[in-house]
Design a protein around this ligand. Structure first.
Ligand code: FE2
Length: 277
């Protein structure tokens, strides 16, 4: 067993996206352009309607997957192929954009708390033009386990502590877990050795990870190894931890399109403008 340690820490960049939603960009910003196969991680969280009410009106995607994990609030999604659904607190959506779609992600509320994450996961070159696919996961579908005293782990994708996440058939074999630790609780989590991995602490006063410490609001990139030791010596802590197989392929990205070459980006743009998504 080789424990993973922190190779670097990143603070999020406050920004806006969609029609003016206030959010914090952790991956996909100058301090961490990407963490192959992760292209972007946004954290959003506010109890003021004005921070999120504008939502994300119609916009395209091609070439990758968007993962939305909701902690609070309700978001309605609709796309140009007739798909739609409601994302609720504690639920998740794993959307494989594949060859493309145009969708909106709009708050289903005008006040109250809205909180969660959106993670972008790249698709292998050979699958970027696959048909779009949704996995809409209701809160009750996500298994919750208590592998050690004072711990609670929700498994959205992949396998952890004998629990299998409901998201299935993703090409980068991801693990996506939401971990809560009470003060002084500790946990060792197995991770595939070849996977890229990060942890983001969003509640509490700090998290011990290997021999390092992550503060709330910090994302830690994990080095090589096949296990990670987590502890909460300074008080309760909560984090998301994600791991997935890197693709080691060229990345050409422009806004909502992530392909392998600039020519494929041009093609995506012209397909979008011609209504072919
Ligand atoms: Fe989107």
């Amino acid at each position: 067993m080789t424990p993973r340690t922190l190779t670097h820490r990143v603070r999020g960049l406050p920004t806006h996206d969609g029609a003016g939603v206030r959010l914090t960009r952790l991956i996909g910003q100058p301090a961490l352009e990407m963490l192959d196969p992760f292209l972007l991680l946004d954290a959003f969280g506010s109890d003021r309607g004005s921070d999120y009410i504008a939502g994300f009106p119609d916009h395209p995607h091609r070439g990758f997957e968007t993962v939305t994990y909701m902690l609070a609030g309700r978001m309605r999604h609709r796309d140009n192929h007739g798909n739609g659904g409601l994302l609720e607190a504690g639920g998740a959506q794993w959307m494989t954009a594949g060859r493309g779609l145009v969708h909106s992600e709009m708050p289903e509320q005008t006040e109250g708390e809205m909180r969660g994450f959106q993670l972008w996961v790249n698709l292998p070159a050979a699958h970027k033009m696959m048909p779009p696919r949704y996995q809409d996961i209701a809160p009750t579908q996500i298994p919750e386990v208590e592998p050690a005293p004072g711990t609670r782990v929700r498994v959205v994708a992949g396998e952890a502590f004998g629990a299998q996440g409901p998201v299935q058939g993703i090409l980068t074999a991801p693990l996506f877990v939401d971990i809560a630790l009470a003060q002084d609780a500790r946990l060792a989590l197995a991770l595939p050795a070849a996977h890229a991995a990060f942890a983001y602490v969003f509640e509490g006063d700090g998290l011990a990870l290997g021999d390092g410490l992550l503060a709330r609001g910090e994302l830690g990139v994990l080095g090589a190894g096949d296990t990670v030791a987590l502890a909460a010596p300074q008080g309760a802590a909560r984090l998301i931890l994600a791991a997935a197989a890197p693709l080691h392929e060229p990345v050409a990205r422009w806004g909502p399109f992530v392909m392998n070459t600039p020519q494929q980006i041009e093609q995506a743009l012209s397909d979008y403008r011609a209504g072919r998504l």
